[in-house]
Design a protein around this ligand. Structure first.
Ligand SMILES: *Cc1c(COP(=O)(O)O)cnc(C)c1O
Length: 320
């Protein structure tokens, strides 16, 4: 039975059908370098280089003509902005992306190349959000939130349907966790299909906003420290309505990983599995390598994106 009025299984299957022409149905592969039965869901091979196109496309495909004319605005640590810029371009919509100066240059450049307007403001995702709110009010633009939105959650939840189709016997799902759009969506879809599955979130010690909020029982602000996992920065929003309750109710545990553990996982995935991941995508493997997970097999790790500056990436994988 579903106790949420903002997301249903029908919403998720509708999202899957709606976005299917615009996204890749990504592979789920056995990680053969591990002895335990571990699978990797390769959203690194997703269009725009990260899973965020699923939610953004699901939201933007539902705008009416007058909303498309007014244009969309969002706040992003980079990947959501790129997804919104891409989805806007596909649908003939104008997009403005607000980011803080923490967002790496490679991510800003990719957004600019898609023709979106870029606004850089503040030194944290929360400060950049103030700029986005201002534009919604002054320019009468449509907000496409990065995670706290039913259509975004339903879009990210389509990953859960694909995992269930490919490895229905999965016992443990590990998901990178920041604002909770990815994990809230996946947890909703997968627990609807199999209530016994364990869903574990992995965040960075540098910015554990959701973990602290769950402990406090309400959204709390945390300092956004620099991290290799730049896409996991930012708070969950003081007025969070959707992703926080889903994570609170559905998630079995939240694990935190350090910068060294993230670097080790990026190196491991490259050298042992031949995969390029950005820091935010490597956190689940980081938690496994650091022996922080009780591995009830089969295990699925979501590798959420690959948008890392390649010079920086090569420095990380060359060091030891
Ligand atoms: C946005 C993002 C996440 C976290 O997703 P949330 O919905 O904010 O929890 C994880 N990995 C990558 C690569 C991302 O871009």
């Amino acid at each position: 039975m579903n106790k949420y009025d903002f997301i249903t299984c029908a919403d998720v299957t509708a999202a899957r059908d709606r976005i299917a022409p615009y996204i890749n149905r990504t592979p789920l592969v056995r990680a053969e370098s591990f002895t335990p039965e571990i699978y990797l869901k390769l959203e690194t091979l997703q269009r725009t280089g990260a899973f965020k196109i699923r939610g953004a496309m699901n939201r933007i495909l539902q705008l009416d003509e007058s909303e498309k004319k007014r244009g969309v605005v969002t706040v992003s640590t980079g990947n959501h902005g790129r997804a919104v810029a891409y989805a806007a371009r596909m649908t003939g919509t104008k997009a403005t992306i607000c980011m803080s100066d923490m967002v790496p240059q490679n991510k800003r450049d990719a957004i600019g190349a898609l023709g979106a307007d870029i606004v850089i403001e503040g030194h944290s995702q929360d400060e950049a959000a103030i700029a986005a709110d201002r534009m919604v009010k002054s320019g009468n633009m449509v907000m496409v939130p990065p995670f706290d939105d039913p259509d975004i959650l339903a879009g990210q939840a389509t990953i859960g349907l694909e995992i269930h189709d490919d490895v229905p016997q999965a016992q443990t799902i590990l998901v990178p966790l920041s604002g909770g759009g990815l994990m809230g969506g996946i947890a909703f879809a997968m627990k609807s299909l199999n209530p016994a599955v364990r869903v574990i979130g992995v965040s960075t010690i540098q910015c554990p906003a959701m973990a602290r909020s769950i402990e406090a029982g309400k959204p709390v602000d945390v300092v956004e420290n620099d991290s290799l996992a730049d896409s996991l920065g930012g708070g969950i929003g003081q007025d969070n309505r959707y992703s926080f309750p889903l994570i609170r109710d559905l998630v079995d545990d939240i694990i935190l990983v350090s910068e060294d553990e993230i670097a080790a996982a990026m190196r491991y995935l490259f050298l042992r599995e031949g995969l390029v991941t950005e820091g935010g995508a490597a956190v689940c493997v980081a938690a496994i390598l650091a022996d922080k997970i009780d591995l009830q097999e089969p295990v699925v790790c979501v590798l959420s994106g690959r948008n890392v500056d390649m010079r920086h990436f090569l420095d990380i994988v060359r060091s030891s």
